[in-house]
Design a protein around this ligand. Structure first.
Ligand code: NAP
Ligand code: ZN
Length: 366
């Protein structure tokens, strides 16, 4: 079997690296759209600081500061329209996965003027603006993936816009920007990163190359997630988590995710559970399902974590049964039917059917 590994994004990591952002933006990129979420980037001074750094050598910067969680097609279209109106040559995304996904999709759509809905159906064949990703959560790894997970408000489904043109040109990892995350967000996003590494490791699409990064990420998260939850001001722990999340992103850029993410999207859009929290609730259940197909991988994961996935997640403060108690039997059926149609379920060992997915959610697979 032929295996490959593709990672075109240049990654730079270091405390306060954003101060040097002009070093990493090509000289010809003079007009930039800076994209952020609705509140935190402004509240903690990140937007003003970035604007100052970017305009220092005479660049024009236009701020779009209203990306919502689980961003919609409409939000992408608004950023695209701003980029085209200002004739932007580049886009900088500064925020969590929601901001990074919306802004990288707009950097793609701005070249052709295509709508997000059209790009999801058939991504353009050529071109994207220069795009720099600056994560403020340590979780999604979107700064190194070719995916933008966007919400179709009409169907209330999350869709994956995926094209190699959307790999960010540059990713800047500055752990000082993640220090403002409250503990629950730190936990949920950290477990999202763990889910990416674990799902990539057990995936039918795993390769020796993706496995190397998956193991590196799982090992780091095993040590540093409990540490950062106990001491949120520990900058070393913040740095390790941000780098681990990036490594886990490099894994899913090769493998994609599995049934855990496929099921989790429903919990996010219909039940209001944050992306990472939804994965935290489901990850141990999906690992229990794959146990009989890839026992050596599951044993490896447990060895790296020093416990079962269930015990690790519970040590971080997530109680899956409590979080799932708000989901009734009809909703579980709906959730399973929807997840069964997704490509990431098809990468799950044992190829769970909709019926199997119900058992997974109900922790009834042993
Ligand atoms: P998020 O949805 O980007 O942000 C969640 C919340 O955290 C927002 O309220 C945001 O506030 C706040 N926040 C972000 N950074 C903060 C900071 N440093 N301090 C304080 N608050 C902060 O959360 P996320 O978990 O990073 O991203 C989840 C999204 O990424 C989902 O849509 C998921 O589907 C997607 N995802 C994409 C990929 C990929 O490869 N593309 C992979 C996994 C997940 P503001 O709104 O005020 O900024
Ligand atoms: Zn995720």
């Amino acid at each position: 079997m032929t295996v490959s590994f593709y990672m075109p994004t240049r990654i730079y990591s270091g405390a306060n690296i954003c101060k040097e952002i002009t070093t990493y933006v090509p000289e010809h990129v003079r007009t930039i759209v800076l994209v952020t979420g609705c509140a935190s980037a402004r509240r903690y001074g990140y937007t003003d600081a970035l604007q100052t750094y970017l305009t220092r050598d005479g660049r024009d910067v236009h701020v779009f500061d209203s990306v919502e969680e689980n961003p919609s097609y409409a939000t992408v279209d608004r950023i695209t329209a701003l980029a085209r109106a200002k004739k932007a040559e580049g886009v900088v995304g500064l925020g969590g996965g929601s901001v990074l996904d919306a802004s990288k999709a707009a950097a793609l759509c701005a070249v052709s003027g295509m709508s997000a809905a059209a790009a999801v159906s058939a991504p353009p064949a050529h071109g994207a603006l220069f795009y720099c990703a600056i994560p403020t959560t340590a979780g999604t790894g979107s700064e190194v993936t070719q995916y933008a997970i966007l919400t179709d408000s009409a169907t209330q489904r999350k869709e994956n816009l995926a094209t190699a043109l959307m790999f960010p040109s540059v990713a800047l990892l500055d752990e000082t920007l993640t220090a403002s995350m409250p503990v629950e967000l730190t936990r949920d996003t950290g477990i999202d990163a763990l889910s990416h590494a674990v799902e990539g490791y057990i995936s039918l699409r795993a390769t020796p190359f993706s496995d190397a990064y998956a193991r590196a990420a799982i090992t780091r998260i095993a040590t540093w997630l409990p540490r950062v939850l106990a001491s949120p001001e520990d900058n070393t722990a913040r740095r390790e988590m941000l780098e681990a999340s990036c490594m886990a992103g490099m894994v899913i850029a090769q493998t994609g995710t599995t049934a855990c993410h496929a099921l989790g999207y429903y919990l996010t859009l219909r039940k209001g559970l944050r992306h990472g929290h939804a994965n935290a609730v489901l990850l141990s259940r999906v690992v229990a399902w794959v146990q009989k197909y890839v026992p050596e991988k599951v044993a490896d994961i447990e060895g790296m974590l020093g416990s079962t996935v269930e015990a690790f997640v519970s040590r971080c403060g997530v109680t899956p049964d409590a979080s799932l108690s708000a989901v009734d039997a009809v909703e579980i059926q709906e959730m399973a039917q929807e997840a069964a149609t997704r490509g990431n379920t098809a990468a799950t060992p044992g190829l769970p059917s909709a019926e199997d997915l119900v058992k997974i959610v109900c922790a009834d697979v042993r």
